[in-house]
Write a protein that binds this ligand. Sequence first.
Ligand code: HEC
Ligand code: HEC
Ligand code: HEC
Ligand code: HEC
Ligand code: HEC
Length: 171
Amino acid sequence: MMATIIEFIKRKPLPVAIVLIVLIGIGAFAMKQAEAYPALACAPCHNMGPYVEGYESAELLSHKHEQAGVKCIDCHDNSMGDKIHETWAYVTDDFDDPLDQHKFSNEMCLKCHNIDDIKGKTSYGQVNPHDSHLGDLVCSDCHKMHTKSKTACSECHNFEFMQKLPAEWEK
Ligand code: HEC
Ligand code: HEC
Ligand code: HEC
Ligand code: HEC
Ligand code: HEC
């Protein structure tokens, strides 16, 4: 069988190459399409914990993003290297369950959000979580995607606005 295939490739290298390229193209295209659907691309493994379910239905900031049409891969690049690493970790059962909570740099958020616009929208009287004596903002000090968010101010203050935060905030 193998010998026949090799013989055929030798006789018709060009058509074989063309068919291969088309197949790879379709494969890559299909992968890109599938990646936009977490149920296909992420859920087989990431129903582990709150990720896909939380994104689809919980009172979490990730769900607010789902409602705004933002996909997992719009935040997480999920490169080929990540895919290989994650698949290997999954198959060999070599990962922490639940996963450690990660922190990502502000870059992740700022590619879509403009901090000056945000500041303008969150001025509660004299108090603004995006413009305070804490200085430089690390988004993840307050905003969490897959668990409840919590303001870093609450360690020391109990401002009125903190009682009225949306449902994805810890009360
Ligand atoms: C084959 C199973 C599998 C699939 C499919 C999968 N993941 Fe993962 N993922 C894992 C495992 C296992 C880990 C933990 C890896 C570790 O701890 O080293 C992980 C870790 C992660 C992390 C943490 C990354 C880090 O920096 O360590 C992110 C983010 C992530 N996955 C996002 C996704 C997204 C988004 C998708 C869908 C596009 C996806 N994964 C699809 C198995 C998978
Ligand atoms: C709007 C951006 C955004 C979207 C959309 C998003 N994530 Fe995340 N993800 C984050 C951030 C930020 C963290 C860091 C932990 C946190 O904030 O909860 C994270 C952390 C993770 C981790 C690492 C473990 C941890 O808790 O830190 C995994 C796995 C993960 N996300 C998977 C997914 C999957 C699967 C989807 C889609 C169903 C998804 N994420 C959608 C931003 C996002
Ligand atoms: C791929 C683009 C994208 C990325 C990346 C992204 N967001 Fe968003 N975010 C949106 C969109 C779109 C909305 C809904 C429209 C709006 O409120 O701006 C939104 C809404 C929000 C809201 C308001 C939710 C509400 O309606 O109350 C917060 C808070 C937020 N994002 C924080 C973050 C943080 C923190 C990060 C980084 C971890 C992040 N976003 C990453 C696109 C993004
Ligand atoms: C000290 C805590 C804190 C930090 C740090 C923080 N935020 Fe916020 N953010 C809040 C609170 C509180 C709200 C108001 C409640 C809400 O809309 O979710 C908010 C609201 C938002 C909104 C929605 C604004 C609106 O009304 O449309 C966006 C978008 C946002 N933050 C993005 C960011 C980004 C991006 C960063 C990092 C550069 C960041 N935040 C850092 C506490 C914080
Ligand atoms: C480590 C403790 C700590 C944290 C965290 C903290 N503050 Fe403060 N803050 C103080 C202290 C101490 C004062 C000065 C004493 C006072 O007036 O209460 C103060 C004063 C203030 C004041 C002026 C006085 C007032 O109460 O109106 C504002 C406004 C303020 N902080 C906002 C914030 C905001 C917004 C955050 C979160 C982004 C924050 N602070 C986080 C300790 C903290």
